[in-house]
Design a binder for this molecule. Structure first.
Ligand SMILES: Nc1ncnc2c1ncn2[C@@H]1O[C@H](COP(=O)(O)OP(=O)(O)O)[C@@H](O)[C@H]1O
Ligand SMILES: [Mg+2]
Length: 353
């Protein structure tokens, strides 16, 4: 691509009178085709937690991630924030490929760009609230006195300055989460990655945290990626992404109810052409199978189930379900399962020999 450009003629500069040149916005966070496999020594084998996941989050955007337990939400958050290196794929933070850098460079990029808020356990138990908030600044090389001064300002802006000298164990859940927000914000991040941040709070404390997120987003333009089951968070988000089995399968508008995803769903097709159907949609279709395309246009596709058991392709080769999983080698035997019980890969059709 770059080479081609070098051979192109210099573009003629046309002076613009009253138009301002706007740089194309670099996404705050971009993930391409992420895979993550957790190795295991046990018999149940490896767990594929992310399977080709891609996403792009713009400056100041608020994105909710919804999905059942085990769908890969926490794993994707850790991969996005550089807490864990994905098995494959790349993550760009502020336009820089985080999966390609290591050591101090990676530490600095993370410090300047991203902060985490987990459901609980965000605070260091031996440090009081003030020092918990000051600590990320100390890590970034700020002197103790200055770090404490800024941490105190942060606690004041969060309305918990009177708890500055308290240890985490003596704080209420809502207070602890506000200190965690202070800790997350003190480095002035472009994006906050939050994993069920209100999950351990009572509804009132939860609502206050959400109000705080909203305020931070509106006043400071902080982007958010929030894993959540809370309808209120989804309402505040610009969009919600539905995660299943390590892939985003659908997108929803900003008023999604976790319990009723079906009514607001837009199905996603990724850049490899793959579309994963939500389980309820698959069930309505009558399960896995093969389909004829009846009608295809730029904006739509209509399909009809092929009812015969086997298909014949050119040259009269019979296609059958693969006897073994191409990913992990699992032997299907007599089973007609279409998803590998060992690694979860879908079972392809192969030519019978
Ligand atoms: N450290 C780990 N080692 C092995 N498997 C893991 C580990 N962490 C998560 N998993 C597995 O990866 C899958 C996704 O987990 P996770 O990202 O925690 O999902 P969620 O946050 O949506 O509940 C699950 O099947 C889970 O059991
Ligand atoms: Mg989780």
């Amino acid at each position: 691509m770059v080479k081609e450009r070098e051979h192109m003629e210099e573009p003629v500069e046309i002076p613009l009178t009253d138009e301002v040149h706007v740089e194309p916005q670099v996404p705050v966070l971009e993930a391409h085709n992420l895979y993550h496999i957790y190795g295991s020594n046990q018999e149940d084998g490896n767990v594929v937690a992310l399977r080709g996941l891609s996403v792009s989050i713009g400056e100041g955007e608020v994105v909710a991630v919804v999905g059942p337990s085990g769908s890969g939400k926490s794993t994707l958050l850790k991969a996005f924030g550089g807490l864990m290196k994905p098995s494959a794929g790349s993550v760009f933070l502020n336009g820089r490929n985080m999966t390609r850098i290591t050591g101090q460079e990676l530490v600095s990029l993370r410090q300047e760009t991203v902060s985490f808020i987990f459901q609980e356990g965000n605070l260091l138990p031996d440090l009081n609230a003030l020092d918990n908030v000051a600590q990320p600044l100390r890590h970034a090389g700020v002197r103790a006195r200055e770090a404490r001064r800024r941490a105190m300002e942060m606690l004041e802006s969060l309305g918990i300055e009177d708890r500055a000298r308290s240890l985490p164990a003596t704080l209420s859940g809502g207070e602890a989460q506000r200190v965690a927000i202070g800790r997350a914000l003190i480095t002035d991040p472009k994006i906050i990655l939050a994993d069920e941040p209100t999950g351990a709070l009572d509804p009132i404390s939860g609502r206050r945290i959400i109000d705080l997120f909203r305020q931070l987003n509106e006043e400071r333009g902080v982007a958010f990626l929030i894993v959540t089951h809370s309808k209120e968070i989804s309402t505040f988000a610009n969009r919600a992404l539905e995660l299943r089995d390590g892939r985003f399968i659908a997108q929803h508008g900003n008023d999604v109810d976790d319990g009723d995803l079906a009514s607001t769903r837009e199905l996603l097709i990724d850049d490899t052409g793959t579309m994963s159907l939500p389980p309820d949609v698959l069930a309505t279709l009558g399960g896995p199978g093969r389909f004829d395309i009846n009608d295809l246009s730029r904006d739509g596709i209509s399909m009809e189930r092929v009812l015969s058991e086997r298909i014949t392709v050119e040259g009269n080769v019979e296609m059958i379900l693969a006897p073994a999983c191409p990913a992990c080698g699992y032997i299907y035997g007599e089973s007609t399962e279409e998803e590998c019980p060992s690694c979860g890969s879908s079972r392809p059709m192969v030519a019978s020999s």
